[in-house]
Design a protein around this ligand. Structure first.
Ligand SMILES: *Cc1c(COP(=O)(O)O)cnc(C)c1O
Length: 379
């Protein structure tokens, strides 16, 4: 067997859900069996139990689960009264759902640039974004900072830069992260997350949640996720939708939440080793003082990205590009306002970012192999 063939036999995936299942599979299967025994597949007891556990985990007053992270954003925007004609500022470098949810809620996404080392929304772009919206006949009413790759955005600076805007946090990638001593999920008045299988806390399908300290907002969110229900299921006081988290997924998430702190610690330690081993060769992600990333992804930057990705592939190391095309350059989104003609950082990141294997069960040997392959190709 050649060296490359040996490496392929022992492929290192970007994310390894099977390794997690090998650890807690029996507990999850028992939790699923309990749901089958009681049969309450919609809004069964596990859903309320999960909402309490998640609210306690992040330190939020209320958690309202829903069908997925995209719906969580749409529901949050609707609960804030964002509707037709309202501008919502979003970063140009994020997953498409952040902007898509604005359009689904009836609003107008307004794109702004991100910061180069931390990938988060640049507060200095908010003023220009508000002006660009106004020039397009749109009143900016809200902003969605995104906790990209696990690092919470700079919410305090964003609130200072645009005090008139409502803030919805997109914490789809950051459960377990923190900034300024506050947990992801509590950094904005309303914060959403996703339980897509590969997120730091993922289920075995789609799921999402919204956090808030505002009891009235939580009640509106519960109504919106269940057809705008009022005091009873067949009393409909607003236009809602069907966006509930399945009881089966809640049962699975309750088991996964138990090991999340341990998994976050493992991710942190891997990120530390990557930074020590790769810092001289590629741009490693920066975690600002007082912040904690959940390390959903470990994303480096390099002008030699193509060579690194090719070498990794040849050596059985999976890599991926999140995200190659910024949102304001996507065909369906090109027509919306943006803070400036070019969003230079987002556009450059599209050409240079590369995500490396990152999951709690990545062995020290595998970490060393990633470091060796990437360092070699980058040097
Ligand atoms: C995953 C993700 C979403 C959407 O979550 P889904 O559950 O897939 O709908 C939204 N925003 C960001 C930043 C994401 O990474």
């Amino acid at each position: 067997m050649t060296l490359a063939a040996a490496a392929m036999a022992d492929r290192i995936p970007l994310i390894d859900l099977a390794a997690q299942r090998a650890r807690i599979g029996p507990a999850i299967d028992a939790a699923v069996a309990r749901v089958h025994a009681h049969g309450q597949y919609i809004l069964g007891p596990e859903v309320a139990a999960l909402e309490s556990a998640l609210a306690a985990f992040v330190g939020a007053g209320h958690c309202v689960t829903c069908a997925n992270g995209t719906d969580a954003l749409v529901l949050a925007l609707k609960a804030l009264g964002i509707g037709p004609g309202d501008g919502v500022i979003v970063p140009a470098f994020t997953f498409i759902a952040t902007a898509e949810a604005v359009v689904l809620a009836g609003g107008v996404p307004v794109f702004a640039d991100v910061r180069p080392a931390t990938f988060d929304l640049d507060p200095s772009g908010l003023g220009p974004a508000i002006a660009a919206a106004r020039a397009a006949g749109v009143r900016a009413r809200a902003v969605i900072p995104v906790d990209l790759f696990g690092l919470p955005a700079d919410y305090d600076a964003i609130a200072d830069a645009a005090p008139g805007l409502a803030i919805v946090g997109d914490a789809a990638q950051s459960l377990g992260g923190a900034r300024s001593g506050r947990s992801a999920g509590t950094l904005a008045p309303v914060t959403t997350t996703s339980f897509f299988p590969t997120k730091p806390l993922g289920c075995y399908g789609d799921g999402g949640a919204i956090f808030t300290d505002d009891a009235d907002a939580a009640q509106v969110l519960r109504s919106l996720r269940s057809h705008g229900a009022g005091t009873s299921k067949y009393d409909n006081v607003r236009i809602g939708t069907n966006s509930r988290l399945d009881t089966l997924q809640a049962a699975i998430l309750l088991e996964k939440l138990k090991v999340l702190p341990d998994e976050l610690a493992a991710r942190r330690s891997i990120a530390g080793r990557y930074a020590a081993g790769l810092g001289n060769w590629v741009g490693c992600p920066v975690v600002p003082e007082g912040a904690e990333s959940a390390w959903a992804l470990y994303t480096v930057q390099s002008d030699r990205r193509a060579a690194i990705a090719a070498a990794a592939a040849a050596n059985g190391v999976a890599t991926a590009i999140y995200y190659s095309v910024p949102l304001h350059c996507q065909p369906a989104y090109r027509g919306y306002p943006r803070a400036s003609a070019r969003l230079a950082v987002a556009e450059r990141l599209g050409d240079t970012v590369l995500s490396l294997p990152m999951h709690p069960y990545l062995s020290p040997d595998a970490q060393d192999r990633v470091i060796a392959v990437v360092g070699d190709a980058a040097g």
